[in-house]
Design a protein around this ligand. Sequence first.
Ligand code: SF4
Ligand code: SF4
Length: 473
Amino acid sequence: MEKWRIPDMTDNNQIKPSSYELTPEELDNIEKLKKSICLHRWTQPCIQIDSGHSRMCCRTFGANSDQNEILQKKSEVFLNSQFDQDRRSEMLKGIRDQDCNQCWRLEDQGITSPRKGLDEFLMYYQYTVGYKKDELLKKLATNDPELHKAHSPFMLEISLGNLCNLSCIYCNEDFSSRWAQEKISVGEVNEKFMRKKVFPTKDIMIEAFWDWMRLEGAHTLKCICFIGGETIITPELFEILNKFYELFKQDDIQTKRQHKIVIQIVTNLNIPEPQFDLFLQQIDKLTEYFRFEILISMESVEEKAEYIRNGLSWKLFDKNIHRIFTFQNGNPNYQLGFIMTYNLLSLTSTRAFLEYVYQLYKKYKHAIYLGKNLLAHPTYLAVQNLDQSYVRYIDEALDFLNSIPEINSFDFNKDITWTGYIHFLEDLKNSLQKNMQFDSEQQKIFSEWTVKNDSRTGKNFKETFPEYTDYLV
Ligand code: SF4
Ligand code: SF4
């Protein structure tokens, strides 16, 4: 398996105190910034193709540049808007800006957040710019403006818009057109409001993005991740992939690239058969320059999955799962994986879901990514609202994971691993064990929500999730 993430550094990069000695004050600065620095602020640009919204790291809200800044900085604005440089400067001063609240909240609860800290930052800068570690520490400790600029990111995220055939319980109209339609039909949002979400600077921002792709991105990126909405049913997916294909096949780009670029496609796999056939045919044509990672969004099974992901047909999903594993059939141009959005309702079927995935591994003999994502919003669906009586569901998932004989052979990528999932569940268990009682405010909101959600979807919460009866008020 090709690794595209930051390589480990060698002893050549150890600190040399004689050349760059840090003062006590600078050492203190380094200690402070350990709590706030995050490499994603430098290396994970995101562009929302339908609205023109651009930001660093998909977990932040970001802030779009105005017309003057885009026209003045051109392609440079894509990575280095004033907003992004200011946030990076704050991170180097030890300030935890509210744009990263999702991570701070997790860390304050004792749960490992997706933040990539000082060690990863040091590796990235040494690898991309060639600084020695001691030189870099000096620049960090003195908040050198040179470090406020990002370059050579490894990963780009492209959001295709909100076209989606599901209305999952934790999603909303910004990401799902089905949610938008449901809310418009009951007057909770109006179409005019939805249209306003397209930025007036969209066209010039998209132009700046494509300029950046031609000048830098196509040469340095290792991975491009497409998210939706639902990617596979969104026509823009293939428009953009074909545009990338034309770009990546150019001689000057091919001669510089050592590896095929990885294209990640995040999908709910609730795709009708003709559309799914077309998707498989289309991606197969593009493997000359691309390697695909299909990342399937799922965290539960059967009727519980259908409750959490409203509109899902488990039967169709399961059929597509087997089709894509059969299609992959040992071809190294395809990697398959699951991205679980761990939430209050998926907790009790975690083991059943992991067993389902493991059965796929046993049947198809193909390593499977297992990505973790802990739900933060809406807060009443966050698993951290439960108390220690629910820890037993984490224990049964951990018992299962620890019983898998081949578990270490799945660890081909340190960000998406099965043993990493064990650490994640252990963190969560430690956090829940401290909760002597339910978060009563969130419990009340949740209970009211189940009634509203049943009426919205025609489903029955109590029948689907009898194990939460004690949690309802
Ligand atoms: S701290 Fe969290 S939200 Fe902020 S850039 Fe890093 S991963 Fe993203
Ligand atoms: S599949 Fe994704 S985009 Fe669609 S409703 Fe679910 S979470 Fe939202």
